[in-house]
Design a binder for this molecule. Structure first.
Ligand code: 3PY
Ligand code: MG
Length: 262
């Protein structure tokens, strides 16, 4: 069912209002619950780079249910069944990595939408309260379900006009690290080539009326303000692993200073 947090996400995407989320890279429902309680408007489970599978997605969906945080899943690829399963266990939408062509974007949208807009299969599942709200879900899902294409290669940048022209793609999310590899400057996510590519993507989103998203790693107020000033509204701050890592290191740093530990 689409409740307050999912409707807020849909509104933010439609109206290009900033909305802040984070990645879940542990398979931990507890971490997701903590981040949801901290107030992130959306959380994206990363199933591209981690060992989180569909059961993990379902457990995390249960953990954050009713906590005012919309659940998205970064699926491993534009795969019809994987996208269907993520939505059926309760994700509000999907973030699809490595989209390079309009055909991949169309596959992702078709997987996420019921006929006639796509090929999503009907079932009784967690997303429609095990059938109790079947009709309501079935009639609202095509409008509400979110599909974001990750652009993280030069091919994706070159084909951005066709990708954004695909109806049902709500916007893009830039993958700066893969982009740096694709442009031959590995790790240099702020290289001038990349900054030019990012600017062209944000401009294309603006022209197509779609959102541009960015991952801010080691977030600061300055980085966040800069992203918003550049036109990004779908914003991901850090990730559960980054937040834990930073807090753990800060705690140990404090302890070392206090007790001259090694
Ligand atoms: C990338 O930088 O390639 C990413 O996928 C970030 O999430
Ligand atoms: Mg990537």
């Amino acid at each position: 069912m689409f409740n307050g947090s999912e409707l807020r996400l849909r509104k933010a995407l439609d109206e290009k209002e900033p909305i802040i989320g984070s990645w879940i890279q542990t398979s931990s429902p507890t971490c997701a619950e903590i981040l949801a309680n901290a107030g992130f408007a959306w959380l994206g489970i990363d199933c591209e780079h981690t060992s989180v599978g569909i059961q993990g997605v379902e457990s995390i969906a249960r953990a954050i249910h009713g906590r005012d945080t919309a659940l998205l899943v970064r699926v491993s690829r534009a795969d019809t069944i994987e996208i269907r399963q993520c939505l059926d266990v309760g994700a509000a939408g999907v973030i699809v990595p490595m989209v390079e062509t309009a055909a991949q974007a169309r596959t992702a949208v078709a997987a996420a939408k019921y006929p006639p807009d796509g090929v999503r299969g009907y079932c009784f599942g967690r997303m429609n309260d095990w059938g109790s709200s079947f009709d309501e879900y079935a009639t609202t899902a095509n409008k509400s379900v979110v599909v974001i294409a990750m652009i993280e290669t030069k091919a994706g940048v070159d084909n951005i006009e066709e990708i954004l022209a695909v109806q049902g793609i709500d916007g893009i999310f830039i993958g700066p690290y893969d982009m740096s590899g694709s442009y031959g400057v590995p790790g240099q996510t702020q290289h001038p080539y990349l900054k030019k590519a990012y600017a062209s993507l944000v401009d294309a989103c603006r022209r197509h009326g779609k959102v541009a998203g960015q991952h801010i790693v080691n977030s600061t107020r300055e980085k966040l303000n800069e992203a918003v000033a550049l036109g990004y509204t779908f914003i991901c701050l850090d990730a559960d692993i980054i937040l834990i890592n930073q807090s753990a290191r800060t705690a140990m740093e404090t302890a070392r200073k206090s007790f001259t530990l090694k």
